[in-house]
Design a protein around this ligand. Structure first.
Ligand code: NAP
Length: 285
């Protein structure tokens, strides 16, 4: 059955691969990008099945307008994919206020506003599905990526709550958590703070030396084509899991981190219980 998708950030990486694979199998795609002309080749191949719009996701007014126009032009959109994003790297102290605001606006606020803009349309059409391209970086954290992690942990919390709000309307949510993958993300798509000498020998300095080619690149096991295919396969299922962890690195990192947190939580049980008021029967036994 032919389906219609709305995707942000389709110029490269996961967004481009999703768009290509969906068009190749006969679906319709509303593809948004800051430079929609980068999709000219796909427009020439697929004609009216590719709907395009110029969209910088940090412009909330434009985002609402593009979403409204896409639903008006296409009639029904089955899957809305929030994918646009980038990495801001460097120690928190090295980042400027503007860099922080822009990272939050792109990776966090824009995804929230896309959800808010599309929800009334999905409700009116009787349901639909949101796919949020998040990251295993929303389950774990590395140094020198604190703001990136803040956005990815933030969007996990947003969707876990919103998914429960939306379920009664037949709208469900998949949070995709890839590990490191071979897109532009690491190869030029990321932004660095201004280096402070105090951090030169730590993780921030090392990450800069990786970016400059002075140190070897970080392992990136994820194949964006396979990741896009896995997202499509998940989105095709009648029922979807809330989280889709993709990549052997993502799976191992999330497993270790969650086990560690569970161990720490169990170790803190008596202390947690000790702060209840005296007349309380402990929650959870
Ligand atoms: N690759 C990884 O290792 C990895 C791992 C986990 C999660 N992710 C997530 O995957 C998503 C896609 O990244 P990718 O790996 O496919 O990297 P990518 O190849 O760099 O693609 C990022 C896309 O986001 C777009 N974008 C960035 N800022 C935008 C803005 N303000 N408005 C509109 N579009 C914007 C870029 O457009 P331009 O061409 O205009 O810059 C590009 O199309 C991101 O949310 C990223 O956090 C990536």
């Amino acid at each position: 059955m032919t389906r219609t998708w709305f995707i942000t950030g389709t110029s490269s990486g996961f967004g481009r691969s999703l768009t290509e694979q969906l068009l190749d199998r006969g679906d319709r795609v509303a593809a948004t990008a800051r430079r929609p002309q980068v999709l000219d080749d796909l427009a020439a191949r697929h004609g009216r099945r590719l709907w395009r719009a110029d969209l910088d996701v940090t412009d909330t007014t434009a985002l609402r307008g593009v979403v409204d126009r896409a639903f008006a032009d296409l009639g029904r959109i089955d899957v809305v994919v929030s994918n646009a994003g980038y990495g801001l790297f460097g120690a928190a102290e090295e980042l400027t206020d503007e860099q922080i605001d822009h990272q939050l606006a792109t990776n966090l606020t824009a995804s929230i506003q896309l959800a808010r803009a599309a929800t009334p349309h999905l409700r009116r059409q009787g349901g639909g599905r949101f796919v949020q391209v998040a990251s295993v970086g929303g389950q774990i954290a590395f140094p020198a990526m604190s703001l990136y992690h803040a956005t990815k942990w933030g969007i996990e919390g947003f969707w876990e709550s919103a998914a429960a709000e939306l379920a009664p309307f037949g709208i469900d949510v998949v949070i995709v958590e890839p590990g490191m993958a071979r897109t532009n993300f690491a190869a030029g798509g990321s932004v660095f703070g201004a280096p402070l000498p105090e951090y030169a020998d730590g993780p921030s300095g090392r990450l800069r030396r990786v970016a400059s080619g002075e140190l070897p690149p970080l392992p990136a096991p994820g194949d964006p084509v396979k990741i896009a295919a896995a997202i499509i396969a998940a989105a095709d299922r009648p029922e979807v899991p809330l989280r889709l962890t993709l990549g052997s690195d993502a799976h191992a990192l999330a497993t270790d981190a969650l086990r560690d947190r569970l161990r720490a939580l169990e170790a803190g049980r008596d202390l947690a219980h000790s702060t209840d008021a005296d007349d309380v029967i402990p929650v959870g036994g």
